[in-house]
Design a protein around this ligand. Structure first.
Ligand SMILES: NC(=O)c1ccc[n+]([C@@H]2O[C@H](COP(=O)([O-])OP(=O)(O)OC[C@H]3O[C@@H](n4cnc5c(N)ncnc54)[C@H](OP(=O)(O)O)[C@@H]3O)[C@@H](O)[C@H]2O)c1
Length: 383
């Protein structure tokens, strides 16, 4: 029977690849709803191809354009958070793919869990800011949160051996700045920083990969997804992006998941789990590769990784402040207003000022998010 799915963020890098997986297995899925932020043109093309029941554009100003583009199809068009919540509650949806950037879809993810849906989670920011609440909600409702991030998918797959887990080792390519000196990093342009050596991704995550903030967010994500202590998590630089992550058990046995840098693999696994299906991905030629390299991360040159570890360990509302400050700082860098090295400075100052609290509910997270954004912007304007 076809699995009924909804995709939040269908026009993005993950969203489009999710639809490519769906298109490769037309008998396995029915796309019930799609959502994006602004991109009426791409969303309209997706609506014409997959004929969902509901299509949502967060930006109300673009909804009219979407409706005009998809006429005379019967797909309903909605806008704003109301639209995302409507998707989350559609009775026929079984799995929601959370692939929007930022935390705009957080309420919809909670609503989907409450409505009895499983989540395929690409949107790591949701787990970073609300990990405990999300995992508790999923447990209470008996739902699954299946990771889409390649590292977390690898860990998810390696955690099926039984026995005591001693370490989870998250790999990082090191990004495009891996071998740069601090002076070179200070002068890097958005174009250079967006040019990831092994993965093709959206702009926010590409910059986070260049600063290694992305790896820090992944550490926090892994802590919650797999109920780990921070002492059980390690990060290693692995420039080839072939080993997607590893799990070491208490007898010394180390399990890794390897594969080409093709996000369709973890996306498809999140959709097909607990089954594994065929995919036309590139075959990895290990002999041609010859060697796989690993190194420790340099926390001096990549302070964002250290900041994320610190915010994660401190817990409470710190990760929400970190996430929001980073998002604002990345926008300043992408707009050419600040150097890349200002990102860690802004995040550090916001964390320094933050008055933390225990996370109780979504409203509190959104309030911290708003405060941290405002502070980050104010700091950025004065650098
Ligand atoms: N790309 C990857 O390989 C990868 C890997 C692991 C995890 N992830 C995670 O997956 C999520 C999506 O990443 P991506 O690379 O697919 O991003 P992306 O290509 O930038 O796409 C983002 C999606 O979110 C929407 N969006 C943009 N700005 C938004 C905003 N302010 N509020 C709400 N939605 C917004 C976009 O809609 P419009 O097109 O209409 O603007 C698009 O549908 C992120 O959380 C990222 O960390 C990505």
């Amino acid at each position: 029977m076809a699995k009924e799915i909804a995709i939040l963020g269908s026009t993005g890098s993950i969203g489009r690849q999710t639809l490519a997986v769906v298109a490769a297995h037309p008998e396995q899925f029915r796309v019930v709803a799609l959502a994006a932020y602004n991109n009426a043109e791409v969303l309209a093309a997706q609506v014409r191809q997959f004929k969902p029941k509901l299509a949502v554009l967060l930006n109300p100003e673009r909804a009219g354009d979407l409706a005009a583009r998809i006429a005379p199809l019967s797909t309903q068009v909605m806008t704003g958070e109301k639209g995302l919540l409507a998707i989350a509650r559609l009775p026929e949806v079984k799995l929601v793919v959370a692939a929007m950037v930022g935390i705009r879809s957080l309420a919809a993810i909670f609503a989907a869990l409450d409505a009895g849906k499983d989540i395929a989670l690409a949107n790591k920011e949701a787990m970073v800011v609300a990990g405990e609440l999300l995992m508790e909600r999923a447990r209470k409702r008996g739902r699954q949160i299946i990771p889409v991030d390649s590292e977390h998918s690898a860990i998810f797959q390696c955690l099926r051996q039984g026995g005591r887990v001693e370490k989870v080792i998250i790999t990082a390519s090191g990004g495009p700045l891996r071998n740069m000196t601090p002076a070179q990093m200070a002068a890097v342009t958005p174009q250079q920083a967006l040019n990831h050596p092994t993965w093709s991704m959206g702009p926010k995550i590409s910059i986070d990969s260049a600063t290694l903030m992305n790896k820090g967010l992944e550490v926090i994500e892994a802590k919650h997804l797999f109920a780990l202590d921070y002492d059980q998590i390690e990060v290693l630089i692995h420039p080839q992006s072939v080993v997607h992550s590893l799990v070491r058990y208490s007898d010394g046995a180390l399990f890794a998941q390897l594969g080409p840098a093709d996000m369709r693999i973890p996306i498809q696994y999140a959709l097909s789990w607990p089954e594994r299906w065929d995919l036309d991905s590139q075959v990895l030629d290990l002999a041609a590769l010859g060697h796989l390299d690993f190194d420790y991360p340099d926390l001096e040159r990549f302070p964002c990784l250290a900041l994320a570890w610190r915010a994660g360990r401190a817990g409470g509302t710190y990760p929400a402040a970190l996430n929001a400050a980073d998002e604002v700082a990345v926008q300043y860098f992408l707009q050419g207003k600040l150097p890349l090295t200002a990102i860690s400075r802004i995040v550090a100052e916001v964390l320094e000022e933050h008055q933390p609290g225990k996370v109780h509910n979504l409203e509190q997270i959104l309030a911290v998010d708003a405060w941290a954004r405002q502070r980050a912007a104010a700091i950025a304007e004065h650098i």
